[in-house]
Write a protein that binds this ligand. Structure first.
Ligand SMILES: Cc1cc2nc3c(=O)[nH]c(=O)nc-3n(C[C@H](O)[C@H](O)[C@H](O)COP(=O)(O)OP(=O)(O)OC[C@H]3O[C@@H](n4cnc5c(N)ncnc54)[C@H](O)[C@@H]3O)c2cc1C
Length: 625
């Protein structure tokens, strides 16, 4: 009947007047018989025809609730942890390490094995942050931890399940495709919301849930893959119906002539390119190019998706239109927050930030930024740096090694009077970093500074501080492992804990720093900071330093200065070292590591081995993502 009507309409239009009427009628009837006698095709590649919108909205709710409930559970765990740590800190900060026996012992018998087999466990045996490499230049990435893998498996698995809860009894395969188109498109957009939240440096969940940017970045990568896959299925499901209806040429015409279809196609192509160009070897080898192309393609995908949702023939656009608006708003909010942070930190009536850069042995540059205002910086934070004249469009993350505040035209505040008694509006902050030369911006910086043979002053800007949500104040015992420039992360904690020890504000009674460097000369990197640390009153009561020099040029350099600062040639036996620490454990212990992936994996493995009846927590700071 439809075929006959179709035929009549064309006849009235008169466009086929040269072809005999009977031939046209037969062709029209045959086309419909070939596909499906029970219904038409055309309607199933347009609008919401055949789309099961109630089910789509149900799965949208389920996915967002899954994420929301997970966040709430993490929040409850975090709040309990913070309260527990606060209780520990307040009750232990005024007693000796020997009297912190309650906090030394694990209060829940299941906790050590939970940490060993789940929370701190790598996916299989040992490997987590040591990169898989095809060659010294080509990295193909790292393995997620066991807990992260389980979470990813559940989330990705649920996405696949929701995608295929379709009417499999449907006789009309084009209607089936329409249902798949609706589901995959909806899920793709649903996942884009957390995808974009997790990508932001200013994601508020980092602070609220105390989960590091690394973890969100891992989730971002996997969510990105699922978003692209779903967008691709959405496009293919549409194309199958469209090709059956109007052929490939017709599909091409639709893409060119209809904004709705064209924008959808641009969005899908941009997303597929995004995914292909984000594979680990490319990402690691050409990070800056990857980042710039990634941002441009992400922007194109968002704009195309917005246009796609808005240009639908449905009144008010597709129901997903508000989501893509929210996605764009979140994206711009992060960009705006970053701009605001840069302006706030680096600019005041006193002028703009400048950097003093000094070349150091081992191809390291010490950079001290003089900020034109007071900035409060916690231990364990990092910031993104830009240097005027050295790939100024790039910004790279570096751990904040040392912070000092000074009042206008006076001595650093640290050496004078307590900070709370000083008017902060009259103060400025200096922030120091140690930057190892790699092959890109860091190499250019080092070359420029070492060619000048003395310290170089240049304009620079800092975006941050970021992170710093791991407080060690409630631990009686801190064991800090650092590899090479990873010392930056650990130094900030040492000074804070020693000062806290003297002021009676922290529970810490023992700090063991284990630093692994290649050459003796690397000690020069931290000499001014170490001198200050070693001069802090009572530091001998608390701090033990062990330095391991893996390739000493002259073995006679390896001399231990005292029983509290010792030097050794070669690598440390991490498991043995940690076992000795646990034998002498004071209160609850936290082991942290910052350095190359292989060292981090060794320390993680050793922490898992010592999980027994005492409390041994583990925190890892990674320099790669
Ligand atoms: C939180 C954090 C803290 C860090 N702290 C320090 C530190 O205190 N001292 C130090 O020497 N290094 C630190 N790094 C590493 C440092 O950021 C990189 O070595 C630096 O960005 C390399 O710049 P490049 O242009 O010379 O890199 P390239 O030689 O081009 O690449 C070297 C490696 O660095 C990675 N990389 C390049 N650019 C970035 C970027 N913008 N963000 C993340 N990774 C990048 C590449 O993927 C590659 O694996 C830290 C990294 C992170 C994530």
């Amino acid at each position: 009947m439809d075929a006959a009507m179709d035929f009549l309409r064309r006849r009235i239009a008169g466009s086929d007047s040269a072809i005999p009427t009977s031939t046209l009628f037969e062709r029209a009837t045959a086309a419909h018989e070939e596909t499906d006698p029970t219904s038409t095709i055309a309607e199933f590649h347009t609008s919401l025809n055949g789309v099961n919108q109630p089910m789509n909205l149900l799965f949208k709710d389920i996915l967002w609730w899954t994420l929301g409930i997970t966040a709430m559970i993490v929040l409850v765990i975090r709040i309990s942890e913070i309260m527990w740590a606060r209780l520990r800190q307040v009750s232990a900060m005024s007693v000796s390490g020997e009297k912190q026996g309650f906090w030394r012992t694990s209060q829940w018998s299941w906790m050590p094995s939970m940490k060993k087999h789940l929370i701190y466990a790598p996916l299989w045996n040992k490997r987590h942050n040591r990169e898989f490499r095809l060659s010294s230049a080509i990295s193909i990435g790292t393995l997620p931890s066991r807990l992260h893998s389980i979470m990813l498996f559940i989330y990705l698995g649920s996405n696949f399940a929701y995608m295929f809860v379709l009417n499999w009894q449907q006789k009309n395969r084009y209607e089936f495709c329409a249902e798949l188109r609706g589901r995959s498109g909806t899920l793709s957009l649903v996942n884009m919301v957390p995808l974009i939240i997790f990508a932001g440096r200013n994601n508020p969940l980092i602070t609220i849930l105390k989960i590091s940017f690394d973890t969100y970045n891992l989730l971002h990568r996997w969510m990105g893959r699922i978003v692209v896959l779903e967008a691709l299925i959405h496009t293919i499901a549409w194309a199958i119906v469209c090709v059956a209806d109007i052929g490939w040429k017709g599909v091409g015409d639709e893409i060119v002539s209809k904004l709705f279809v064209g924008s959808g196609m641009v969005g899908t192509v941009a997303m597929v390119l995004l995914m292909l160009l984000s594979v680990s070897p490319l990402r690691h080898a050409f990070y800056e190019t990857f980042l710039n192309v990634h941002i441009v393609l992400a922007f194109v995908s968002f704009v195309a998706t917005w246009v796609h949702c808005a240009s639908s023939e449905l009144a008010g656009g597709l129901p997903q239109l508000p989501w893509i608006m929210a996605i764009m708003a979140l994206w711009f909010a992060d960009r705006l927050a970053r701009m605001f942070r840069i302006l706030y930190v680096n600019w005041s009536s006193r002028g703009f930030t400048d950097a003093i850069c000094e070349p150091l042995p081992g191809e390291v540059t010490r950079v001290t930024l003089n900020l034109p205002r007071y900035v409060d910086i916690q231990p364990g934070t990092h910031a993104y740096l830009r240097f005027w004249g050295i790939n100024a469009w790039e910004n790279h993350p570096f751990s904040i090694c040392w912070v000092s505040h000074s009042s206008d035209n006076s001595l650093p505040v640290l050496e004078k009077e307590p900070l709370h008694s000083v008017d902060k509006s009259t103060m400025t902050t200096s922030v120091s970093f140690l930057i190892g030369a790699q092959t890109g911006m860091t190499r250019k910086l080092f070359d420029q500074v070492s060619n000048s043979r003395r310290s170089l002053r240049m304009k620079a800007a800092m975006e941050g501080p970021y992170a710093g949500h791991h407080s060690l104040d409630s631990y009686g015992h801190a064991v800090l492992f650092a590899g090479s420039t990873g010392i930056t992360h650990q130094l900030s904690y040492i000074r804070h804990l020693l000062e806290g020890y003297n002021e009676g504000t922290v529970a810490t009674r023992r700090i063991t720093l284990v630093w692994i460097i290649r050459e003796y000369e690397s000690l020069e990197w931290v000499r001014p900071y170490m001198d200050t640390i070693l001069r802090i009153p009572n530091r001998k009561d608390v701090l033990r330093i062990q330095i391991f020099i893996t390739r000493p040029q002259n073995p006679r350099d390896i001399v231990s200065a005292s029983t509290t600062v010792r030097m050794f040639p070669g690598r440390p036996n991490v498991p043995l070292l940690l076992q000795k620490e646990v034998q002498e454990q004071k209160g609850a212990m936290c082991v942290t590591v910052c350095g190359p992936g292989a060292l981090a994996d060794d320390v993680r493995g050793a922490v898992r081995v010592v999980q027994g009846h005492t409390v041994v927590d583990f925190v890892e700071e990674s320099f790669t993502w």
